[in-house]
Design a binder for this molecule. Structure first.
Ligand code: ACO
Ligand SMILES: O=CC(=O)O
Ligand code: MG
Length: 726
């Protein structure tokens, strides 16, 4: 239970109050009394507008539902579009403009590369993510299906030399691609040295050669004649050939190479939103304290791995000798964004004058910015942004009025924290239909502080289903990928970003690879996001970041973007195409498969969220492929089931029966977890099972199909139940 303290007219949970007063404010240059007074004014001034924006979302949804009910039988596209304009869903056109964001770090403005996302409440993972700026290519290849098991090259056992050979071959091919040698191949290299500021490579036939493009040599470590590391740079990304002929792997390699270290997660999003379960002050303080540690550079995590106790801290910078002498330093850590929650939720960490929970998005912005200010002031071991900026990702905004509101919030927070205007940069998630359709207008509202747009296609798919719930039955979940709206949306996002001058100033990002164990497939497919013009794209793990980095060596995204600038066209009509199943001809088996797949994903995710407070999980689907599940994927699955129920594709009994059977499957999958409470022992009594039922059976009524209200309520219930049991 929260224990509240008065701060002016606010009631602040004691745990948060103490954290702010004793840890966050000291050294920030912000006076304690003033801070609480300013926070109270911020809440008082901005809450009415926030609520009004939420009410507008509901009004629009009601109008859409009514329109579809009335026009379902003969839907005319021109009439539909006219109606959307009339209700302000499609906003007025916007004159061309260019974004003017200043002080954007080169990792965002100039370097194309992977973007890692990590739940901010998990210190062990969050530190790992920050350190994933650099990743071992050998480990990423050896440890995943990126290298096939064929020919006796399996992963079992301690070290399989056959697999090792395959890894080395792959890595040599990478070197040939990213730093080609004149008239030869790295496969022939037996020695690397630095001679007169250039790379000199001795080949197996005794001759020497150098790089095709000498300027790709960026530095080295060790003695120039016998370097321990050779630093190269291609398409703006660094990588290191690490040499040690005494090392277990190095001694099997004719040039003594023990690894290739890749610059990988150039940027990382520390997520306070869809991958975390934070429902009260205790949870929020954990999230905030980790972010604070990351900003000051002193976050540490001590944990047991196998029989080893590990203390994980942030990596230092990397130093090298420049080719012609002198020292160069590269950051050892990813540049960090923090994802705040959207405009929807409230949190009981602080209550306002009337005793109402305050808007969580307002709280997040004020606190995460205050904590990041310490990094700007140089209060810690490392500085996150060389340019003195704070990077906040704002999710789930609907249309330009909501973007304007975020801008107003950021202005106010800058003022209360004594930060210069536009210190706080914004990353706008393009993940709601009303934002995709009015993206240019949204960007214009934040044009002086925008640092990224990103197609969050998972939430966006959930919103697609919910928005047009009354229009009819949606295609199967896996068929969404090939729908017109999704392709139009992805292209339009890039077009609008490029037309608004994002090149050289801000990221145009693309969405998550949600199959963390399918690295072979990722290597084949995720390159498509670069070809589509994205200079960053989301990955779920450091290993995926390392492998995805290979794509940026193969493709110069600026060239791709330059081609796209010329082809740009208006895709609004494609985005408006509703993904309705053209004719309902699914077999009973197909329907059942869809129900089972959705139910398994929902239950596998929700049970850990509600009962263990884990906001992101790898959950096996019906084909036993581990899928990254977060609140956005939950939104899709629950809305999809709600849509099929609403249109009679399945009955409530069928869905309930499926949920119950899948609960048994999920219980089995979790049997090894001592903290796990089986759902199937008593469905009525299982808070997680009931939460899953609510998400589906009350899915139609959830605001924009969001899962947060039900998850928060049920998590609070489970916490209370657990506390009583104890
Ligand atoms: C739609 C959206 O909003 S997407 C954005 C939200 N999604 C995310 O943030 C996804 C982040 N990813 C994750 O949380 C995890 O990778 C999961 C839940 C998908 C899988 O986690 P697990 O089942 O624990 O993965 P697995 O066992 O394969 O790997 C664990 C190891 O990888 C590391 N790891 C996994 N994911 C991450 C990550 N995102 N960042 C840093 N390290 C990570 C862990 O630190 C751990 O290594 P350690 O033992 O040395 O600490
Ligand atoms: O936040 C990302 C998404 O796909 O949703
Ligand atoms: Mg999202």
């Amino acid at each position: 239970m929260n224990n509240y303290v008065k701060a002016g007219n606010l009631q602040v949970s004691k745990i948060l109050y103490d954290f702010i007063n004793l840890e966050a404010l000291p050294g920030s240059g912000v006076d304690q009394k003033q801070f609480w007074a300013d926070l109270e004014s911020l809440v008082k001034d901005l809450t009415p507008k926030n609520k009004e924006l939420l009410a507008k979302r509901d009004e629009i949804q009601d109008k859409l539902d009514t329109w579809h009910r009335e026009n379902k039988e003969n839907m005319e596209f021109a009439k539909y579009k006219g109606f959307l304009k009339e209700i302000g869903y499609l906003e007025e056109g916007v004159e061309d403009f260019q974004i003017t964001t200043e002080n954007v770090d080169s990792e965002i403005a100039l370097q194309a590369g992977p973007q890692l996302v990590v739940p901010a409440n998990n210190a062990r993972y969050a530190i790992n993510a920050a350190n994933a700026r650099w990743g071992s290519l050998y480990d990423a290849l050896y440890g995943t299906d990126a290298i096939s098991d064929e020919g006796g090259a399996g992963r079992e056992g301690s070290y399989n030399p056959l697999r090792g050979e395959k890894v080395i071959e792959f890595a040599r091919e990478f070197l040939d691609q990213a730093a080609a040698l004149k008239d030869s191949s790295h496969k022939e290299a037996v020695k690397y040295a630095i001679v007169d500021g250039r790379l000199s490579v001795t080949l197996s036939n005794g001759s020497t050669t150098g790089l095709n493009e000498a300027e790709k040599l960026a530095g080295y470590q060790g003695h120039p004649e016998n370097p321990t590391a050779v630093l190269l740079k291609n398409n703006g990304l660094h990588f290191e050939i690490q040499i040690d002929s005494n090392h277990l792997i190095g001694k099997t390699d004719k040039a003594g190479i023990k690894d290739i270290l890749l610059e990988a997660a150039i940027t990382t999003i520390m997520d306070c939103e869809d991958s975390v379960a934070a429902v009260d002050a205790e949870d929020k303080v954990l999230v905030y304290r980790n972010w604070f540690g990351l900003m000051k550079g002193d976050l540490a995590s001590i944990f047991q791995k196998g029989d080893k106790s590990i203390t994980r801290t942030l990596n230092p910078n990397r130093t090298y000798t420049a080719p012609l002498g002198g020292e160069i330093t590269l950051s050892g850590r990813s540049l960090m964004f923090v994802r705040n929650v959207g405009h929807l939720m409230t949190n009981n960490a602080i209550l306002d004058q009337e005793g109402h929970e305050i808007q969580e998005g307002i709280l997040d912005c004020a606190i995460t910015s205050l904590l990041a200010k310490h990094s700007i002031l140089g209060n810690g071991r490392y500085q996150n942004s060389e340019k003195g900026s704070i990077y906040i990702v704002k999710p789930k905004m609907h249309g330009s009025e909501e973007a304007a509101f975020a801008n107003q919030l950021f202005n106010r927070v800058e003022d209360m924290l004594g930060l210069e205007r536009h210190t706080i940069k914004i990353g706008v998630m393009d993940e709601e239909r009303r934002t995709s359709l009015n993206l240019k207008a949204c960007i214009r509202q934040v044009k002086d502080r925008i640092a990224f747009i990103n197609t969050g296609f998972l939430d966006r798919t959930g919103d697609e289903i919910h928005t047009s719930m009354e229009a009819g039955s949606m295609v199967r979940k896996n068929d969404m990928k090939s729908t017109s709206w999704l392709q139009g949306y992805e292209k339009s996002n890039v077009n609008i970003g490029l037309a608004s001058g994002f090149q050289g100033r801000a990221q145009i990002g693309k969405g998550m690879w949600a199959m963390p164990d399918r690295m072979e497939d990722m290597l084949k497919q995720k390159i498509g996001q670069l070809k589509a013009g994205a200079n960053t794209a989301w990955v779920p793990s450091p290993t995926a970041a390392t492998l995805h980095a290979l794509h940026y060596h193969q493709i110069d995204v600026t060239d791709e973007q330059n081609k796209l600038i010329k082809e740009s066209k208006d895709l609004q009509d494609a985005i408006l195409e509703i993904p309705l199943a053209p004719n309902i001809s699914w077999s009973k088996e197909e329907i059942q498969e869809e129900l089972e797949n959705n139910s398994q994903g929902i239950l596998g995710y929700v049970v850990r969220w509600v009962e263990q407070g884990i906001g992101c999980s790898k959950v096996p689907d019906v084909h036993d492929i581990g899928l990254m599940e977060d609140r956005a994927t939950l939104r899709i699955s629950s809305q999809h089931l709600a849509n099929w129920l609403h249109h009679g594709i399945c009955t409530k009994d069928e869905v309930l029966d499926t949920l119950q059977r899948m609960a048994k499957v999920v219980d089995k999958q979790n049997a090894g977890d001592p903290a796990y409470q089986p759902m199937s022992e008593n469905y009525e009594n299982s808070v997680a099972f009931q939460a899953a039922c609510d998400l589906v059976f009350k899915g139609y009524d959830q605001p924009n199909g969001y899962t947060e209200p039900i998850l928060h309520r049920r998590r609070l219930e489970a916490k209370a139940k657990f506390a009583v049991k104890q």
